[in-house]
Design a binder for this molecule. Sequence first.
Ligand SMILES: NC(=O)c1ccc[n+]([C@@H]2O[C@H](COP(=O)([O-])OP(=O)(O)OC[C@H]3O[C@@H](n4cnc5c(N)ncnc54)[C@H](OP(=O)(O)O)[C@@H]3O)[C@@H](O)[C@H]2O)c1
Length: 311
Amino acid sequence: MRVWLTGGTGFVGSNIVHEALTDGADVMTTVHRFVPEGPVGYATDRVDMTDEAAVRSSIERFSPDVVVHCAILNDLSRLYVDREAGWRAYVTATGIVADAANAAGASFVVVSTDWVFDGTQPGADEATPPNPVNLYGVLKLASELVALERGGAVARVSGVNGVHRCRPDSPRRQDPGFGYFVASLVDTLRRGEPFTVWESDDINMVATPSLASESARMILRIGELGLSGVFHCCGRDAMGRMALAELACEVFDLDAGLIRSGPPDPDAMPGAPVPYDTSLTAPRTSELLRREPTPVRRLLERFRTEYEAVA
Ligand SMILES: NC(=O)c1ccc[n+]([C@@H]2O[C@H](COP(=O)([O-])OP(=O)(O)OC[C@H]3O[C@@H](n4cnc5c(N)ncnc54)[C@H](OP(=O)(O)O)[C@@H]3O)[C@@H](O)[C@H]2O)c1
């Protein structure tokens, strides 16, 4: 299989690259600001996802079977400051990549998020109508619609934990979402320092944690099968932040006595509403991929193995 993707140097994208290579695929990813050094086992192409001619030419030359659009302008505050740039980076870019994939006869998958839901829709499945509460969610939802109207697939991931396969040293901090939550907890407790689990009505308090490598496998499978429509590429269990922290302590053999509860760091708040409960279910995904979602304990056990392998 030949896989072309955007954002293969990012957190989720680097896991897609890693899993595809593990399966023997030929991989090309766009690179943007960060360029990996040395022989990496995959091809790179310096392409801005908003540059239609460059995207089309890169995909044409590589001739992939599967195209995954995973790159993102990952800066919620900036989206509000420059809304046109935000629209271009999300919605226009998704159309550009989807059209180029279609022109090359490749299947197309765009990676999306549980933040298309408003935080009052617990257990949302693939058919639940989204209702985003911030501009990131709006732009992701608009990108989803662009992908769907072009016959592509939408792979929503949520509460993504795991190892960054391209930049393992990149800073891992707690934020108002669930991404990097377990990694930042484990890093802190392993130093013997206390970790304050943020608890507040103003942040994402409940989600369905995923493991980046497993979500990556699901995304690749959707592309390989040429499926279309919406998929939830997440784990099985909805969880609150404190319950996840306590379970992570059990799985990683850490001292749960170092866990505190407290309000979020005001400097980390995005200045925009954050959905409270974005838990997902995945009946359509389970049926079409013929796999049951993985319990969160098992995901954390696998995360521990990955974490210790790169340490
Ligand atoms: N992480 C999570 O917890 C989470 C949760 C839900 C959904 N998601 C979804 O997962 C996807 C990936 O997120 P992530 O957390 O992996 O993001 P990330 O680590 O910030 O990676 C973003 C990637 O996009 C690239 N990029 C940025 N601007 C670009 C441009 N103009 N042209 C080409 N490439 C560009 C970046 O390259 P440079 O670094 O070189 O600029 C980087 O490789 C997104 O669709 C996001 O919505 C993530």
